[in-house]
Write a protein that binds this ligand. Structure first.
Ligand SMILES: O=C(O)CCC(=O)C(=O)O
Ligand SMILES: [Fe+2]
Length: 276
């Protein structure tokens, strides 16, 4: 069966129409993979999957690695992270780190790793009656829109990234996992598959730009934070139960809206995927 691809946002986001991911042959998957590389964020709606089926499909994109946040891993399946589970503490108060996970700002997943996550894939098990959308934006568009002086200033430069960034936000990590050695990534990063240049940046994880004086590094970080999101290269996903959404962390930013009624469930299975 041919794969039908529908475009979603301007320059980012696409949806696959009428496909059951459990039944995809290699040609079908190749079409999905191509659509994902082209659109950076790919939605496959209407899936009914158990955990093994979700993992099997996810493994077609790469290697699944457990997320460093141990307390949000599925107790029996460490490669699955649970989003929105155990939001309330035993005393009834809301755990903001779980409720607002991913909502503190635009980011890309895994920039704190020497080899960042290639992709993150979510499967929606429960969606709230309102709010809880996920926003996406293109790193390619961010790079294209940079003024020439910044492109030249940043070409070949490395950024130092760490888990909690300058704010040291490590609430989801166990105490013993909170020390991170900063890792370096080119700020202007060429996507290994599409060969397109993007602005690889994460205001919540970057510490500094190597080779710049502290003040200049901070000023450039502030300027990039202002410039990273291009309004004409965004997609906002309104979740439906059964949606699979995969995003490419090498060329897109995302953030959770963090605005749904906390008493309602918003639950996803999540996997972090690395290159093979
Ligand atoms: O829950 C969401 O909408 C996205 C959360 C997030 O940033 C992530 O899973 O990496
Ligand atoms: Fe994220």
């Amino acid at each position: 069966m041919p794969i039908e691809v529908r475009s979603l946002g301007p320059r980012i986001g696409a949806e696959i129409v009428g496909t059951d991911v459990r039944k995809l042959d290699d040609a079908g998957f190749a079409a999905i993979y191509r659509a994902w590389l082209d659109a950076n964020v790919l939605v496959v709606p209407g899936q009914e999957l158990d955990m093994d089926e979700f993992l099997r499909y996810s493994r077609r994109f790469g290697i699944i690695v457990p997320h460093p946040s141990k307390k949000t891993r599925h107790p029996e399946r460490p490669e699955i992270t649970l989003l929105g589970v155990d939001k309330f503490r035993p005393d009834g108060t809301l755990d903001e780190a779980i409720y607002r996970r991913g909502a503190e700002g635009w980011h890309t997943d895994g920039a704190y790793d020497a080899e960042p996550f290639k992709a993150t894939q979510l499967y929606a098990l429960a969606v709230p009656s309102r709010g809880g959308d996920t926003h996406f934006a293109s790193m390619y568009a961010a790079y294209d829109a940079l003024p020439q002086r910044l492109k030249e200033r940043l070409e070949g430069r490395l950024g130092a990234f760490t888990y909690g960034g300058r704010r040291k936000s490590t609430a989801l990590l166990n105490e013993e996992d909170r020390d991170w050695i900063p890792v370096l990534h080119p700020i202007i990063r060429t996507h290994p598959e599409t060969k397109r240049k993007g602005l690889y940046f994460d205001p919540g994880k970057i510490l500094r730009i190597e080779g710049l004086e502290r003040e200049e590094s901070d000023a450039v970080i502030d300027e990039l934070t202002e410039r990273m999101i291009q309004p004409d290269a965004q997609y906002r996903h309104r979740w439906r139960k059964g949606d699979i959404v995969i995003w490419d962390n090498r060329c897109s930013y995302h953030r959770a809206a963090g605005d749904y009624p906390p008493e309602e469930d918003r639950i996803h299975w999540r996997v972090s995927i690395k290159e093979r």
